[in-house]
Design a protein around this ligand. Structure first.
Ligand SMILES: [Zn+2]
Length: 289
């Protein structure tokens, strides 16, 4: 290769790897101008892909709620497009299918998480409480009021109510797992992986906003408490919410309410538009247009 070509290819490589992720974030803060109400705050930020990870939360192969399983299926093509695109840009991908990581015990991606050198967290991880097979961070009364939707019935929104019998065995097969990805549902393992790579920024996606997206040991409450810079990809998530329960809005408006709760008390959100350059994903039955 002649010298000029070599220089040009070096430059191209450099430009490719140095291309920042441009994120249009939405948060909500109390506004004096707005009469003490929460108002959306929009910002554009640039993230170095090398310091960024995607965390894929509980995208299981099946769900006890048929409706929830159907919506996960609908999200898969767009979500995988995000994973493939981010992987190409050098973003680290962590798959976190809670309680079924053993399915992957012989894979390099699972072994990578187990082998990451121990790194001490800046604050202790929540390890005392457990729910649904992992450590759990319950709502933090110092930081957030009650959830804006009533999910005490577990949130099946089907006409004929589904029986609560967890059927999941693995992550859904439609999501690609790359050679350099990792698999864990453990907070310490996740921290070890991130620390080894100097990663401080998290793109969080998966299900469900009112449950695992907030409470799991690799999820938003814990990540925020660790001081990580986290954003939720708000069009690639769903909620366990029955529209026959308070506040009696559509399933999708229920998700939006939980998203706004997260934007007020935990972290900003983006849409996958920032990651794939296409209009935000919408569920087929979402009546909001
Ligand atoms: Zn159901």
């Amino acid at each position: 290769m002649n010298r000029l070509l070599f220089a040009a290819s070096l430059l191209a490589t450099f430009m490719l790897s140095a291309e920042p992720l441009k994120l249009n974030t939405r948060a909500r803060t109390l506004s004096a101008v707005g009469g003490g109400k929460y108002e959306a705050v929009l910002r554009t930020v640039q993230w170095d892909p090398k310091k960024t990870a995607v965390i894929v939360c509980d995208m299981w192969d099946d769900h006890w709620c048929k409706g929830a399983a159907g919506r996960v299926g609908e999200m898969i093509p767009r979500m995988d497009e995000v994973l493939v695109g981010m992987r190409k840009q050098g973003v680290f991908i962590v798959h976190a299918p809670s309680t079924v990581t053993d399915f992957y015990k012989d894979t390099p991606q699972r072994k990578r998480a187990l082998a990451a050198p121990f790194a001490k967290t800046p604050v202790p991880l929540e390890t005392k409480t457990e729910r649904w097979g992992t450590c759990w961070l319950y709502p933090d009364p110092d930081r957030e009021p009650a959830n804006p939707i009533d999910d005490t019935d577990m949130g099946c929104d089907c006409k004929v109510k589904c029986k609560i019998e967890p059927p999941w065995k693995r992550q859904i097969a439609g999501l690609s797992i790359g050679d350099n990805d990792a698999i864990t549902d453990n907070g310490q393992e996740l921290w070890n992986l991130l620390a080894a790579r100097g990663i401080t920024q998290i793109l969080f996606l998966g299900v469900h906003t009112n449950m695992c997206v907030l409470g799991r040991p690799f999820a938003i409450r814990q990540l925020a408490k660790l001081g990580l810079n986290v954003v939720l990809v708000r069009d690639l998530t769903d909620t366990m919410y029955n529209s026959q329960m308070r506040p009696f809005v559509s399933h999708y408006a229920g998700t939006e309410l939980v998203v706004q709760h997260i934007e007020k008390y935990w972290c900003p959100t983006i849409t996958s538009t920032d990651l794939v350059g296409k209009p935000a994903f919408r569920f087929r039955e979402d009546p909001r247009r």
